[in-house]
Ligand binder design. Structure first.
Ligand SMILES: [Zn+2]
Length: 348
């Protein structure tokens, strides 16, 4: 009996349909995560977790989450009352089968929708502007002008965020070499007072990620009228930064799994409805508040109707990204000289 269960489970692992969940990239190397749908869900601390394989490219198999020990500790497996020896053998078999599955997925997967190895677009994210530096998120207006001037002098094209997303979706033309995208998060009033005049002067496109609860409400935020005026310049595109900019990590800790899903779904869907009502637009791109995301949130953003989403993982967008977690460079007043040149890919 034990042997039968043992081999049927090994067969199941081998046959497991691996669903590519996209690529995550750590500072060191790209890591891929694959969810094994036919594996039982694992209950960890009252929260259901999918069985996943995590492996690092070039190094093959890296880790199996949950670990085979955790996996074998689940009720579904435990009730078979395996002998200790069988459990150890099973753990080894699961690991071996996972390596095989991982190999198949690695060799079969397209690492990018386009396979364009030359793609390198720097997406910059600003927050606030002021004549003087007030905090780490403030860029002096003079610094911003210096940066725009640098891009102009070095003939680096500033493209729309949509052009980049469309290309990543396999719909649009490839961005020109050394292209840069400018974004600004949070809908701060200084976008209207300080950023707008510079943008008018340099005639470059900008995408704003705003959270509607602050607009015409928080003292530091723009009004709906100001957003309308920005759109009328045809240089500003407005997209979603969730409804009230929650810290999803904190909320996940605080809420039950079901309550968190309901909360996150509302935060993702509501801004789309409000922006449509207020501005007559349908945002299809998201910026993760505080740059926080995980696999569950990435899947939920897709379900909520977003085509792409952006983080603050400071590096350029290449062909290896997953579209729901595209990196951006967080701009500070220190981003001048060689620091800025390196960000926009024109440094030595
Ligand atoms: Zn933000």
């Amino acid at each position: 009996m034990e042997t039968l269960i043992f081999w049927s489970l090994v067969a199941e692992v081998k046959e497991a349909k691996c669903r590519k969940k996209g690529e995550l990239t750590t500072e060191k190397a790209p890591i891929s995560t694959v969810t094994l749908r036919s594996f039982p869900k694992i209950n960890t601390g009252g929260r259901e977790k999918e069985s996943q394989l995590v492996f690092q490219k070039n190094r093959g198999f890296l880790a199996f989450s949950p670990s085979p020990v955790e996996f074998l500790g689940t009720a579904a497996v435990r009730h078979h009352l395996f002998s200790e020896l069988t459990r150890v053998a099973l753990a080894a078999a699961v690991l071996a089968a996972c390596v095989l599955s991982a190999g198949r997925v690695v060799s079969g997967q397209a690492s990018a929708p386009t396979r364009d190895t030359s793609l390198r677009v720097s997406v910059l994210v600003y927050h606030r502007f002021a004549p003087v530096v007030k905090d780490s998120m403030t860029v002096r207006t003079s610094t911003f002008r210096w940066q725009l001037d640098y891009l102009k002098q070095h003939q680096q094209p500033v493209i729309t965020l949509r052009a980049l997303v469309s290309y990543l979706e396999g719909k649009g033309a490839p961005p020109p070499p050394r292209a840069v995208v400018i974004t600004a998060d949070d809908g701060h009033e200084s976008v209207f007072t300080d950023m707008l005049p510079a943008i008018r002067e340099y005639q470059v496109p900008v995408t704003l990620f705003i959270y509607p609860s602050a607009i015409s409400n928080a003292s530091y935020a723009m009004t709906w009228q100001q957003l309308v005026a920005l759109r009328e310049t045809r240089l500003f595109d407005i997209q979603s930064h969730t409804y009230w900019h929650p810290n999803f990590k904190t909320e996940k800790r605080r809420l039950s799994a079901d309550a968190f899903r309901a909360f996150a779904a509302n935060q993702l869907v509501k801004p789309r409805m409000v922006l449509e009502k207020r501005l007559g637009i349908r945002p299809d791109v998201l910026a993760w508040p505080f740059g926080i995301y995980d696999d569950e949130l990435l899947a939920m953003a897709r379900e909520a109707g977003y085509d792409a989403a952006f983080t603050i993982d400071g590096r350029a967008v290449t062909s290896r990204e997953q579209i729901m977690a595209l990196p951006r460079f967080l701009m500070t007043d220190k981003a001048t000289g060689s620091t800025f040149a390196a960000m926009v890919g024109s440094g030595k």
